[in-house]
Ligand binder design. Structure first.
Ligand code: PLP
Length: 423
């Protein structure tokens, strides 16, 4: 028995089964996520294996996180090397990696030349990035501008500030009162946004938008909405904050979701939040203040973090960016995404109404509310997919997914849907 399996708790009883691990899970973890679908023990490339030795094609990638798949040699190499050199230092000190990463991100969040005013704050997660953005909005607004506009369907995280920005009642209600001032406007409704600015527009501190809403079922903002939001925020002195936690870092086939022509190319946001794919699976998030007015809102001591931007996390993000560039993954994400889309459309299956999304953030719209049953049937067939809505399946695979791997899923999809109908 090696030391690693001893540390992992598998040593004592050696190979525990799924069922045994699941029993231990319920006896040890809080019941926030429901019963785990499987207990996973190993991953390589686009595949993971469970405790019973079953293999799955991972088409969810830890919810749009594992951009380079599992156990990518460049990523594990960078993380191990950094951990063996300098692992954690606190933000009383800086590391070259953290500085380099902040410079890289400033260049990636916009399409033009690197905005020299841009300044970054590193976090450990998406919700913390939104907390940082929320605090920037408060700093910008002060007492005179208490309003923050977000959209119905929005998901921005689970901590109190991020939760105030999140629309879903079931997530919010048990924790009220939440930080005040947030209004949720109908999704993609430009007239509603104009109306929100028409009265009390000078009291709006910020508009917070996902270029494509991920958790709401992969819904892109309608063409023109983002540009109009930029005009309105500019005209009324409010910040435009883009939550690219799910859509950023190449997920959609561009560095940022808003870089696509039909979503918001040319729009320069004040703030961009990142996490999920940023570290390729290693926890790291970022708040990138792009414009001068947003970049200088925090003074010394006004925000902080112990772990945020530590050298190992920064190394993971730099390695992820390096591989995306080296292997031309942005382009490949676009073509693999298109291949999946047309393969599914070619099925012309009566239970499939269509495919939406961008790059490798896709949702298969079903004609019946069988998504949870379909996800279970998919798992049985060796595919991890996500029932993002009762009638929609989300695909967010590693960016390295091959067309052959994608085809193995689209070929199996009719059978998966028929199984779901029978259950
Ligand atoms: C996942 C997500 C978050 C929250 O990120 P966590 O790392 O889970 O805290 C915030 N915003 C968006 C758009 C997300 O998809």
């Amino acid at each position: 028995m090696n030391e690693l399996s001893e540390i992992a708790g598998a040593g004592r009883t050696d190979a525990l089964t799924q069922a045994e691990w699941t029993g231990r899970y319920t006896g040890a973890l809080m019941n926030t996520f429901g019963a785990p679908q499987r207990v996973l023990t190993r991953g390589e490339g686009c595949y993971v294996w469970d405790a019973d030795g079953q293999r799955y094609l991972d088409l969810l990638a830890g919810i749009a996180v594992n951009s380079l798949g599992h156990a990518h040699p460049t990523l594990t190499g960078a993380i191990s090397a950094q951990l063996g050199t300098l692992g954690h230092i606190s933000n009383f000190f800086a590391s070259p990696l953290q500085i380099t990463l902040a410079e890289r991100l400033a260049a990636l969040v916009v399409t033009g030349p690197r905005p020299t005013a841009a300044r970054t704050f590193f976090t450990n997660s998406g919700t913390e990035a939104l907390e940082g953005a929320f605090k920037l909005a408060r700093r910008h607004g002060g007492a005179d501008r208490p309003r923050i506009l977000a959209l119905e369907g929005a998901f921005h995280g689970r901590t109190m500030g991020a939760l105030a920005l999140t629309a879903k009642q079931a997530y919010r209600e048990p924790f009220e009162p939440l930080p005040g001032g947030v209004e949720h406007l109908p999704f993609g409704d430009l007239a509603a946004l104009e109306a929100a600015f028409a009265t009390g527009g000078e009291q709006v501190a910020a508009v917070v938008l996902e270029p494509l809403q991920g958790e709401a079922g992969v819904r892109p903002l309608p063409t023109g909405y983002l540009a109009a939001a930029r005009e309105l925020t500019d005209a009324h002195g409010a910040l435009l904050i883009l939550d690219e936690v799910q859509t950023g870092m190449g997920r959609t086939g561009a560095w940022m979701g808003h870089h696509h022509d039909h979503i918001g190319a040319g729009v320069v946001p004040d703030v961009v939040t990142l996490a999920k794919g940023l570290g390729g699976g290693f926890p790291i998030g970022a708040v990138v203040a792009v414009t001068e007015r947003a970049a200088s809102l925090f003074g010394p001591g006004q925000h902080g973090t112990t772990f945020g931007g530590n050298p190992v996390a920064a190394a993971a993000a730099l390695a992820t960016i390096h591989v995306i560039e080296r292997d031309g993954l942005l382009k490949r994400v676009g073509s693999t995404g298109n291949a999946i889309r047309s393969a599914i459309e070619r099925l012309a299956h009566p239970l499939i109404a269509g495919v939406r999304g961008e790059g490798l953030l896709l949702a298969v719209q079903l004609t019946d509310e069988i998504a949870p049953a379909a996800a279970r049937a998919a798992l049985e067939a060796g595919f991890i997919i996500n029932p993002v809505a009762p009638d929609a399946l989300r695909l967010a695979p590693p960016l390295i997914l091959t067309t052959e791997q994608a085809t193995s899923f689209t070929d199996a999809l009719p059978h998966i849907l028929e199984k779901a109908m029978q259950s």
